[in-house]
Design a protein around this ligand. Structure first.
Ligand SMILES: CC(C)(COP(=O)(O)OP(=O)(O)OC[C@H]1O[C@@H](n2cnc3c(N)ncnc32)[C@H](O)[C@@H]1OP(=O)(O)O)[C@@H](O)C(=O)NCCC(=O)NCCS
Length: 155
């Protein structure tokens, strides 16, 4: 018997209201300032592109993106803590890029906290470039604010 791990079979499904208990659990584990349940509910109501990545019944991660005129804005991408550094964010970015191109978008845009070096590395490895810095874009506790990098990927 080989000790090699079998490749995991994964699939994307639309993220809906029934998934929000699981999503909120991952949000709270992942961020100092997680999205509220209401933010996800509003995104579903607005018809944003929201996908969850599953292996069997396990939720590996999810993303939320908004289609603009020539661009798609990535609003949230999160991988469950126990499933990180296995390429799942990369897979979600590839899937989002394909969908975005299919919608006629020319670029993918996102904001990321300047302190989120892990996410910045993942985005840069995927081809995103920093195109600007938004001052005091995020709340960061104790009434403080934190800047965001604006990053762009040409599709
Ligand atoms: C940022 C975040 C989404 C990245 O998710 P992730 O799934 O860990 O990222 P990936 O695994 O796709 O990143 C690619 C990395 O995995 C590695 N990788 C790819 N395939 C792999 C595999 N089969 N086995 C092991 N590692 C692999 C890549 O080499 C790369 O590693 P490196 O950057 O250390 O060299 C995740 O850390 C997260 O959810 N963080 C909290 C929420 C957050 O900050 N979101 C972004 C807000 S803007």
């Amino acid at each position: 018997m080989s000790a090699q791990a079998q490749p995991l079979e994964v699939r994307f499904e639309c993220l809906g209201l029934a998934d929000l208990d699981d999503v909120m659990r991952i949000e709270r584990l992942s961020y100092g300032h997680p999205w509220s349940r209401g933010a996800f509910e509003d995104s579903i109501a607005a018809g944003y592109q929201m996908q969850r990545l599953l292996a069997g019944n396990a939720l590996l991660g999810y993303f939320v993106a908004m289609l603009g005129v020539d661009e798609v804005h990535l609003l949230n991408i999160t991988v469950a803590p126990s499933h990180r550094q296995r390429g799942w964010a990369k897979l979600m970015l590839e899937a989002l890029g394909l969908w975005s191109r299919g919608q006629g978008a020319k670029s993918l845009l996102l904001e990321v906290r300047v302190s989120n070096s892990r996410a910045i590395l993942v985005y840069e490895a995927h081809g995103f470039a920093r195109i600007g810095r938004r001052k005091s874009y995020y709340a960061s506790g104790h009434g403080q604010r934190e800047d965001a990098w604006v990053m762009r990927l040409a599709l």
